[in-house]
Design a protein around this ligand. Structure first.
Ligand code: PLP
Ligand code: MN
Length: 394
């Protein structure tokens, strides 16, 4: 795990107001409630949950999730898998394709290491070449029979990665089964584009389409007499639909843990647990003019691909709107639409809390997450988490 510098380590046990800004802060009480609600949801629906660690990139948080019942973790990159494994996580699914032979050599080495610990590594593939390359890497590493689990990713509507559903997917599964070093472990059917459709009905309809494609694929497998051990997929936005399908054995949500501002604008499904915002950028007013205030968090402190951050918990008469001030600044304007008719502005030095538009890339901008207990106003710093997979892009 990464190093925690002295000035952060000494924050543990101190009041929240001692945290210098800008800083990424986890409300641990809210995060724990999110974890609890997810665990209960998965149990009630009889599905496994394998949270996506692309969100938090922290081995310690991964352990907390597994302690609460998560069956393992998803990652998107080989280097993220290595970072989690370094921190003691042993059941990892790289829910993505890997083609470079240099990276596949690292995949093979990691698979061997995890197998030796009684763990398991899995990878998604969407073409024959990906399968032969992976098999070659495992053979070169003398990883042994059935050294890795391989899932065929099918394109269920996002038009990103994924083989065609149906016969093409079956052919890939057969190619996997023909390689002694590999084990065919199932199908990955994830529709990223459906997660942020705003209406609950829209998302339901999108996943109904996904299910048709999955069912078409299952039918081909049935005809060929090849069993599908697992169907996995789903994110925070659509998981109620996949979980209720009776077809998915595992769901992969990540963002439920922190809940970004963008997700909060989704209309909530009736069956969706109430996930709370748990990740904030703590920021401070550093300059003041007569009609706006400037805070010290710009887009080096939070990602803006899904919109600018929202200010949290200001009374309507004190509402502010965040405007982009560049890399290191945010410009706060009185928000008359939200009830601030007097032009109220916070004082110089005042603390404000931002809810990032998109938490995944926001976390990747920071080396540490500061976990606080007892609320952001009166709470105390409980723990510093290292973002072990920060910048792990390969
Ligand atoms: N599974 C895969 C393959 C993903 O790419 C993602 C996120 O992009 C997720 C699961 C998790 O989705 P979310 O963070 O929206 O819950
Ligand atoms: Mn995301």
């Amino acid at each position: 795990m990464k190093h925690i510098p002295e000035h952060l380590q000494t924050l543990v046990g101190q009041a929240v107001k001692r945290i210098d800004t800008p800083a990424l802060v986890i409300d641990l009480d809210a995060m724990d409630r999110n974890i609890e609600r997810m665990a209960r949801f998965a149990q009630q629906h009889g599905v496994l949950w394998r949270p996506h660690a692309k969100l938090h990139k922290s081995a310690h948080i991964a352990h907390l999730l597994e302690h609460a019942g998560a069956c393992g973790h998803c990652v998107q990159k080989v280097s993220e898998a290595e970072a989690l494994a370094q921190g003691g996580i042993t059941n990892i699914f790289i829910s993505n394709e890997v083609i470079a032979q240099t990276k596949l050599a690292r995949v093979a080495a990691l698979a061997k290491a995890l197998n030796a610990q009684g763990g398991r590594l899995a990878l998604a593939v969407d073409c024959e070449e990906g399968i032969t390359r992976l098999a070659r890497a495992l053979q070169d590493a003398q990883a042994g029979d059935a050294a890795m689990d391989v899932l065929v990713e099918i394109n269920v509507g996002q038009n990103r990665c994924g083989a065609e559903p149906g016969e093409a997917a079956l052919a890939l599964a057969q190619a996997i089964a023909a390689q002694p070093v590999l084990r065919f472990a199932g199908l990955q059917a994830y529709h990223g584009g459906a997660q942020h459709l705003r209406g609950a009905e829209e998302r339901k309809t999108a996943i109904e389409q996904v299910l048709k494609l999955v069912n078409r694929t299952r039918h081909e497998f049935d005809r060929a007499g090849l069993a599908i051990p697992l169907i996995t997929g789903a994110g925070t936005g659509t998981m109620v639909n996949e979980a209720a399908s009776g077809i998915y054995g595992e769901i992969q949500p990540g963002s439920f843990l922190f809940m970004d501002a963008d997700y909060a604008t989704n209309q909530r499904d009736a069956a969706q647990p109430l996930f709370e915002h748990a990740l904030y950028v703590k920021t401070q007013v550093m300059s003041l003019s007569s009609d706006y205030a400037v805070c010290d968090a710009g887009h080096k402190a939070h990602a803006i691909d899904s919109g600018l951050p929202r200010l949290h918990a200001l009374a309507p008469e004190n509402a502010l709107r965040f405007a982009n001030g560049g890399d290191e600044h945010g410009v706060l304007h009185p928000d008359a639409d939200a009830g601030n008719h007097s032009g109220w502005l916070p004082a110089l030095g005042e603390t404000l809390w931002l809810i990032p538009g998109h938490c995944d890339p926001t976390v990747n901008l920071h080396d540490h997450l500061i976990g606080v207990r007892g609320g952001r106003l009166k709470g105390v710093v409980e723990r510093i988490f290292t973002v072990d997979g920060r910048g792990a892009l390969t």
